[in-house]
Design a protein. Structure first.
Length: 424
């Protein structure tokens, strides 16, 4: 660990560059990095990493390669020009432990612009909050990774361990971006992912499945509606059947460590629906998209099999319904960050130095890319980041002072984990 005097120098360096950090974060938010449109934001991050003298790597995701891995999420969009960016710092002599600083550049759709109090892409700072789509989830974290590293160097030190700065795509829909980085060979002794986690550490999180359910029927004119089969009406029956599975899985929460005390850890979200071809025809089809959560320790295959059986059972009832599910994205399992790692112990120390209080951990019912490192690389993945509000909602925002403190904690973690050497 750095000495008291070295710690002060690093913390002061974060403060000295914090205005520049906020300006960079605002610039990053102004790039609408929606799915398949992440290119300009990745250009900005590539230039920022290259300008720091990092060894640069940028590559296009390959669905065929990813599909060979069990953690792959099926792809429904072209991956042409969808790239990951990784910048690597290599010390002259690698004496310290290695580290991955990971973050995702993709953001979810902004929704109706008129529902925002200002443009989702303006990135103003108002009353201590930085606004904009992706401000919290998680562009402030991506910037924090880089500026934490800057602070260590600006304080006059060189990290003694290798560091990979990863800006990945596809976190919001498949998890294939971080998986692609793993398959490309990027591994380290620990990982930090500064997602917006309320100044806390994620102890456990759910896995997620994405799928589309298509219900088919028989079209007729509405004057003969009784002789047809209304696929939209039937879709609601299919949704109700899936809700029964959701309720069953939630009732079993006491069997799953870290989920026992959550009121509703398993959430099925019906995110989109479409159906029918004509207002005066009984609809022959209806499709709806589902996001379903699963507990850590439950395989994606086992959960998928149960969901398919649920839908198949609708075809065996007195009024048979044909409902077929197709995977459309996440096929990801959850994970638990087991307590006791050296990485967590160090983060507890750096957090205490900066925040003046113990590091808390919690369980989240959301997806996190930490599963890639925990499940497939046996690496402690510390998902730890700033206070935010309305992520995935209107007027998304992140606390400026929380970002400052998280950056300081990450900077001290770099110094303690990788080790530091005085620059001559």
């Amino acid at each position: 660990m750095p000495t008291e005097e070295q710690t002060r120098r690093i913390l002061d360096a974060v403060d000295a560059a914090f205005d520049a950090q906020l300006a960079f974060t605002q610039d990053l938010v102004r790039h609408p990095s929606l799915r398949t449109r992440e290119g300009s934001a990745q250009d900005l991050l590539y230039a920022a990493m290259a300008g720091r003298g990092l060894e640069m790597d940028r590559w296009e995701l390959d669905p065929a390669e990813l599909a060979t891995h069990e953690g792959f999420g099926p792809v429904t969009v072209p991956y042409a020009d969808m790239t990951n960016v990784v910048g690597t710092y290599r010390p002259a002599a690698e004496r310290g432990r290695s580290l991955i600083l990971n973050g995702h550049v993709d953001v979810v759709p902004e929704g109706p612009a008129e529902a925002w109090s200002r443009s989702p892409w303006d990135a103003p700072i108002i009353d201590g909050w930085l606004y904009g789509r992706g401000a919290g989830d998680m562009k402030a974290g991506l910037a924090a990774n880089l500026f934490a590293f800057d602070a260590v160097r600006a304080a006059g030190f060189d990290p003694a361990g290798r560091i990979h700065f990863q800006s990945v795509v596809e976190e919001e829909c498949t998890g294939n971006g971080s998986l692609a980085a793993l398959l490309r060979g990027y591994r380290a002794d620990a990982v930090i992912i500064p997602e917006p986690e309320e100044d806390m550490l994620v102890r456990a999180n759910v896995g997620v499945l994405w799928f589309k359910v298509r219900v088919t029927g028989s079209p007729t004119h509405v004057r003969e509606m009784g002789s047809g089969f209304n696929a939209i009406d039937a879709a609601y029956t299919a949704m109700a059947a899936l809700r029964e599975v959701e309720a069953k899985w939630n009732a079993d929460r006491a069997s799953h460590r870290y989920f026992e005390d959550l009121d509703h850890p398993i959430n099925f979200n019906f995110g989109r629906i479409a159906g029918g071809d004509w207002p005066s025809s009984v609809p022959a089809w209806c499709e709806f998209d589902v996001r379903a959560a699963i507990y850590p320790g439950t395989t994606a295959e086992a959960a998928w099999a149960e969901l398919q059986e649920c839908l198949a059972g609708l075809g065996r009832g007195e009024a048979p319904i044909h409902a077929e599910a197709t995977r459309t994205g996440f096929f990801a399992e959850g994970y638990v960050l087991e307590p006791g790692s050296a990485a967590e112990a160090l983060l507890e120390r750096t957090h205490g130095q900066v925040f003046g209080r113990d590091l808390e951990s919690f369980t989240t019912p959301g997806y996190l890319d930490g599963r890639v490192f925990a499940l497939y690389a046996d690496t402690p993945a510390l998902v730890y980041g700033p206070v935010s509000e309305a992520i995935h909602g209107f007027d998304e925002r992140v606390s400026v002072e929380s970002v400052r403190r998280i950056t300081k904690s990450i900077a001290l973690f770099i110094a303690g984990w990788c080790g530091i050497e005085e620059r001559a």
